[in-house]
Design a protein around this ligand. Structure first.
Ligand code: ADP
Length: 381
């Protein structure tokens, strides 16, 4: 037995933080990046620059890796099947990953399993959107391209059949899914990790706050969530992981409705923004557990280390140089954990996150919020 090499396709911040988690585990880490400037390419020593859409590039990348995993879900499914058929260990496998790659496939399968989801249907054109709206009790409805969306891109809230947003999704040339617009009380995420031989762990269910379709803040555990509902969410996520044969980290994004129901919104089969808090707030981070899972190692303890942990994303603001603000935040709050991704600052781009832990939720939330706003340049004191 020797220490294995994990290959991660995609060189963004998720790969950068997975690499970081792999260092104390002593495992090798190779990353397939688009450019040398990618967040993970700036820190990893074993970097391959190439196009993840090209099968030969993937083959060459996989040579020497004991397992191949992902920082995003965009690798074409036929390439993943080809690699797997050639003996490459791909985790999660292509059949599982299909549910994170295509929202139509995900909705169809979850409905088959009886998992509660928003009412939905694949629609052909704006007239079909109008018919769908009539079926679900009227506008607004949500339209989504089944593939290629992220951070709210590829999602439209449509208020009328003749609104410009009703035509927009059909321009991408991929199937469009219509969903009832859920009047949710808040968004939650149930994050679990599952290994190939079936061991699984569940993290505390978190509340995730989105601003303009982008994750802004995550609170662990979700405040005021009744224990039975938290257990229901964890059981649901564990069941989805098992039924879909997921290996690695699975994020199940949920809506909590005003009448207390849970509906599944989205699945992600990789480390996820709603799990970043685990780096500082859980015994084992999502990144370490993702590595352990794809290597089929025993999984680490997912339990929290503090009563409350709050993570706020740092988005690029108007000031390209965050360094002076960075110094201020460190001096003001030595207990704050700051994670920067080494990315160039562009307005709205996720460039880092901060985490605060403690016993008083209001205080913890304010510390994280202050630092994220200060780094972005929204506040200056
Ligand atoms: P992506 O992850 O590709 O950005 P999502 O499907 O998660 O897309 O949608 C992004 C955000 O849009 C969600 O976090 C939620 O705030 C909102 N949203 C998505 N679907 C619905 C829906 N059916 N009803 C109400 N809001 C929705």
């Amino acid at each position: 037995m020797t220490f294995p090499v994990v290959g991660m396709v995609g060189g963004g911040q998720l790969a950068r933080m997975t690499h970081e988690a792999g260092i104390p585990l002593g495992v090798g880490f190779r990353v397939l990046c688009d450019t040398r400037q990618d967040a993970a390419a700036r820190v990893a020593s074993d970097v391959v620059v190439g196009d993840y859409r090209d099968l030969d590039t993937l083959r060459a990348f996989a040579r020497g890796c004991d397992v191949v995993t992902f920082d995003h879900e965009h690798v074409p499914a036929e390439h993943l099947r080809a690699l797997r058929d050639e003996g490459v260990v791909v985790r999660p496998g292509p059949e599982a990953l299909a549910h994170a790659q295509d929202k139509g496939v995900m909705r169809a399968r979850l409905s088959e399993l009886g998992v509660p989801c928003p009412r939905h249907r694949v629609v052909a054109d704006p007239a079909d959107v109008r018919r769908f709206a009539e079926e679900v009790g009227g506008f607004p409805v949500v339209l989504k391209t089944v593939r290629g969306g992220y951070d709210g891109k590829g999602v439209w809230l449509v208020r009328a059949a003749d609104a410009p947003e009703a035509a927009e999704p059909f321009r991408a040339g991929v199937p469009v899914l219509a969903e009832e617009a859920v009047d949710f009380a808040r968004e939650l995420a149930a994050n679990v990790v599952r290994s190939p031989h079936g061991q699984a762990v569940a993290y505390p269910v978190v509340e995730s706050v989105q601003v303009n379709g982008v994750c802004d803040t995550v609170i662990a555990p979700a405040p005021g969530l009744p224990e039975e509902r938290a257990l229901e969410a964890q059981r649901l996520a564990l069941r989805i992981a098992r039924e879909l044969d997921v290996t690695g980290h699975l994020a199940v994004e949920l809506f909590e409705t005003r009448d207390g129901r849970l509906l599944v919104n989205e699945l992600a089969m990789r480390p996820h923004n709603s799990g970043h808090w685990t780096q500082d707030g859980a015994v084992t981070s999502q990144f370490a557990n993702h590595l352990r899972a794809v290597l089929d190692l025993p999984l680490g303890d997912p339990r929290p280390r503090a009563r409350w942990t709050v993570m706020s994303n740092v988005l690029g603001g108007d000031y390209p140089d965050m360094y002076p603000a960075f110094l201020h935040c460190m001096a003001r709050d030595p207990g704050l954990r700051i994670h920067m991704y080494g990315k160039d600052v562009k307005p709205g781009r996720k460039v880092g996150h901060v985490t605060a832990c403690g016993a008083d939720l209001d205080v913890v939330r304010e510390r994280a919020r202050h630092a994220a706003d200060y780094l972005r340049g929204v506040i200056d004191e």
